[in-house]
Write a protein that binds this ligand. Structure first.
Ligand code: NAG
Ligand code: NAG
Ligand code: NAG
Ligand code: NAG
Ligand code: NAG
Ligand code: NAG
Ligand code: ZN
Length: 723
């Protein structure tokens, strides 16, 4: 994973993970027993409770220098089975994400914090629409759901619609926020050199997914045809398709036309080429943007140019354009069905297809309540974020995190300054990167009241109207950064989404409010909490993100996020850097993943995981230094001796710090999940995220007095940054 993505990728997909894990009905049943079992009591308070939360997760019968991962996590591991329906379970980040999901689900239920607010109304109408079964939206709403099908001459197919009519219809459909990408997708992204924004167009996802899209006469092919038949029959009844029989049945050639174009689009080799395109040379795209309500910029970026070349060549031909209305009717109807907008029969039709195309996904499909939770939360994110923060994260916690950021940044600068292989200019450039890094801490300071969204009260058709209101608003928010500096400055993710990340192109570290919770960050108001717990949790995460700014990718970008190889490192320092990073690659490549057996043994890929391993090594070093400095000054009352006599009997501050670092990674994975992680993931499996950095650390060896040659104090060590 590139470091611009969240720090704990698989776990931290924030809202998606939160919503997927969200539980069914009443608050009392929100956590299945298995999920509840992984959770530590929320924010323990007091000497005994805090000590118990740490000690209970441990197995202190094991030698720390031999197996520190087991030493820190063994108690939790023994007590926490992996539930049959999950592929990971964890004490820290996964539990935090589950708790957020449970809170969000409960907040929308009767009596919940958001039940009477607009997200609650949206949720209720969504659930009611599903319970209401066959009730399809009223005709007035149908017209709004499918602008691509009703306007600008795209409903009839004789004569073939003009290119302009297709472009205008497409723009209107995109601006409605529903109906899917149809033909392409649009994003608005920053251009860091200019401080401006650019539009990016990319090929769409196939409405029914690419798997088996070009096969006929197979089970998936048959299922796809059955879905297309249902979708076009719906479209015929809705007046969205031409060429229907008088009974409103789609004839075979209409179905063939729609499926044929889907296959053709999916078969275009997309290639890697991208191009900046001036609108002066692309009048069709200008028509599209005008209809999509995008204030016309001068240029846009087209990703995977081959796709667009093939598409426009196809659209040049009137015979081809005659097929487009059938395809629009099919693609848009399927997308609306996926969103439960067309009543129970179309939802069932989509599910029937999914059960054949993707049985695993089908068996894990979210319940109605889970889908409706996602929709309400995504539809009105700022309202949800405000309520979630008020209930879950105190301003004092965000302030505590700000202070930890300051301490880790200062320690990071000291580590860079003490790095002997960096020559003068390289060191200055690296320091500048650390000192200039932008920090986003907590939640987006700009609250968006979504005053352009009306969520109507529960009633016939209210769900569809509500979805239309929030979907069109989402589109407006996608394009707003083109014309509004305030919109451009808004954060990408809301406060409740777990986001600890480093964004390369802006030299920015983000830790949202969702990260500022027990156990990563014990609440500022709790008593009996030694600072070592916060620095081993949130401090280590902050240090890790700073570490990405100087990892093997980050080092190629200057402090304004511009790719300029050899600006940070001089040629001489660059040679030394490679030598040192090779050491780390070899270290991790020697690790064998025991859980996956030994025939054949599965090894960590030290090259792919290098960036994350560098960030881990950097993170544990600077957070330990930051803790030491803070205990000497600002946090003198938070030494373990001064704050928690029970823990002080067992640990020094240094030892407790390392326990907290390791307990961040008390995670269990299914074999399949672990194998995927090892094969594709940028992160090493959790036991090596503890062994790797701890065994390279002189501070760890000294804290636990490890003998040279023990697993956690090997003879050879690699050091990249620091003395
Ligand atoms: C498409 O239809 C809309 C109204 O439905 C109209 O405002 C617009 O001008 C039309 N565009 C073209 C290119 O015909
Ligand atoms: C059909 O799809 C498969 C895999 O998705 C691909 O290997 C094959 O080349 C495709 N065939 C055609 C005719 O596009
Ligand atoms: C619709 O019918 C017209 C003639 O009635 C025919 O030319 C056209 O190809 C048909 N389109 C589709 C997609 O079946
Ligand atoms: C962090 O440091 C900045 C400047 O270095 C200072 O303005 C800010 O008050 C500090 N914040 C905390 C919480 O210590
Ligand atoms: C980063 O590199 C770009 C392009 O060379 C340059 O314009 C910019 O000033 C550099 N930033 C810094 C902080 O050196
Ligand atoms: C390479 O790194 C090792 C430590 O990892 C160091 O002992 C050695 O001197 C370095 N060699 C060069 C050429 O920098
Ligand atoms: Zn990372």
């Amino acid at each position: 994973m590139s470091p611009r993505l969240p720090w704990a990728a698989a776990l931290a997909s924030g809202l998606a993970a939160a919503a997927a894990a969200a539980a069914p009905t009443a608050a009392a049943s929100l956590l299945t027993p298995a999920v509840a079992a992984q959770q530590e009591p929320v924010a323990p308070d007091g000497v005994a409770a805090v000590a118990d939360a740490v000690l209970r997760a441990m197995d202190r019968t094991v030698e720390p220098c031999t197996d520190f991962f087991r030493y820190a996590c063994g108690g939790w591991d023994d007590r926490t089975p992996l539930p049959a329906d999950r592929d990971t379970v964890g004490r820290s980040i996964p539990a935090m994400i589950d708790r957020t999901a449970a809170w969000l689900a409960a907040s929308l239920q009767p009596g919940g914090a958001l039940a009477d607010a607009r997200p609650g109304v949206l949720f209720r109408t969504c659930v009611a629409a599903a319970a209401d079964g066959a009730a399809a939206p009223p005709p007035a709403t149908l017209a709004d759901l499918a602008p691509a099908l009703l306007r600008n001459g795209t409903t009839g197919s004789t004569p073939a619609p003009s290119l302009g009519a297709i472009m205008a219809a497409l723009g209107q459909q995109h601006a409605s926020g529903v109906g899917g990408d149809v033909l392409w997708g649009l994003a608005v992204e920053p251009v860091f050199e200019t401080g401006g924004r650019i539009i990016k167009l990319r090929p769409p996802k196939s409405p029914t997914g690419s798997r088996g899209v070009n096969r006929t006469g197979t089970p998936v092919g048959d299922a796809r045809r059955a879905l297309a038949t249902d979708a076009l029959a719906f479209a015929c009844r809705a007046g969205w398709a031409a060429n229907c029989t008088s009974e409103g049945v789609p004839p075979d050639d209409l179905i063939d036309a729609a499926l044929g174009l889907e296959r053709q689009l999916a078969a275009v080799p997309v290639g890697e080429a991208m191009a900046r395109m001036s609108l002066a040379n692309a009048p069709a795209l200008a028509t599209y943007l005008a209809a999509a309500d995008v204030k016309i910029p001068e240029e846009l970026m087209v990703l995977h140019v081959t796709y667009f070349e093939a598409l426009f060549k196809f659209l040049d031909d009137p015979a081809s354009r005659a097929i487009v209305p059938a395809y629009f009717a099919y693609a848009v109807t399927v997308d609306l069905a996926k969103r439960d907008l067309l009543g129970a029969d179309m939802t069932a039709s989509w599910m029937a297809f999914l059960s054949v195309r993707d049985p695993d996904l089908f068996s894990e499909r979210p319940s109605v309540e889970e889908r409706c939770t996602q929709r309400a939360v995504r539809g009105l994110p700022d309202e949800v974020a405000r309520a979630w923060v008020a209930a879950n994260v105190a301003p004092a916690d965000t302030a505590a995190m700000a202070a930890i950021f300051n301490d880790t940044r200062a320690a990071a600068a000291e580590a860079v300054a003490a790095t002997s292989w960096l020559d003068g200019p390289s060191k200055a450039a690296a320091l500048r990167k650390i000192n200039d890094a932008e920090i986003r801490n907590g939640g987006d300071p700009v609250y968006d009241p979504y005053s352009d969204v009306s969520v109507v009260a529960t009633g016939g058709g209210a769900y569809a109207d509500n979805v239309l209101a929030v979907s069109a608003a989402s589109w407006r928010r996608v394009i707003a950064p083109l014309t509004s500096a305030a919109a451009a400055a808004r954060w990408r993710r809301p406060a409740f989404a777990f986001d600890a990340s480093y964004f390369l192109l802006a030299n920015r570290v983000t830790m949202t409010s969702a990260v500022q919770q027990w156990p990563l960050l014990p609440p500022a108001a709790a008593t009996g909490v030694p600072a070592a717990l916060a620095y081993g949790g949130a401090g280590y995460v902050a240090g890790h993100e700073f570490g990405h700014s100087l990892d093997n990718t980050g080092i190629l970008f200057n402090s304004s996020g511009k790719l300029v190889p050899l600006t940070i490192l001089s040629p001489a320092s660059s040679v030394a850097f490679s030598n040192r990073t090779n050491c780390l690659v070899d270290q991790y490549s020697a690790y064998t993943v025991e859980q996956l057996g030994d025939s054949p043994p599965v090894r960590v890929n030290g090259a792919i995981t290098l960036g994350e391993n560098m960030a881990d090594a950097f993170g544990v070093r600077v957070a330990a230094d930051a803790l030491k400095a803070a205990l000497r000054s600002r946090l003198a009352t938070k030494t373990v001796a001064a704050s928690n006599p029970v823990l002080a009997k067992e640990f020094t501050d240094e030892q407790l710090y390392w326990v907290a670092v390791a307990q961040t990674w008390c995670i269990k994975r299914s074999d399949a999940n672990l194998r995927r992680k090892v094969e594709d993931g940028p992160h090493s499996p959790e036991p090596f995220r503890v062994l790797g950095p701890a065994s390279q650390s002189a501070a760890f060896a000294s804290a636990f007095e490890c003998p040279v040659g023990s697993p956690y104090r090997p003879k050879q060590t690699c050091t990249i940054y620091g003395a």
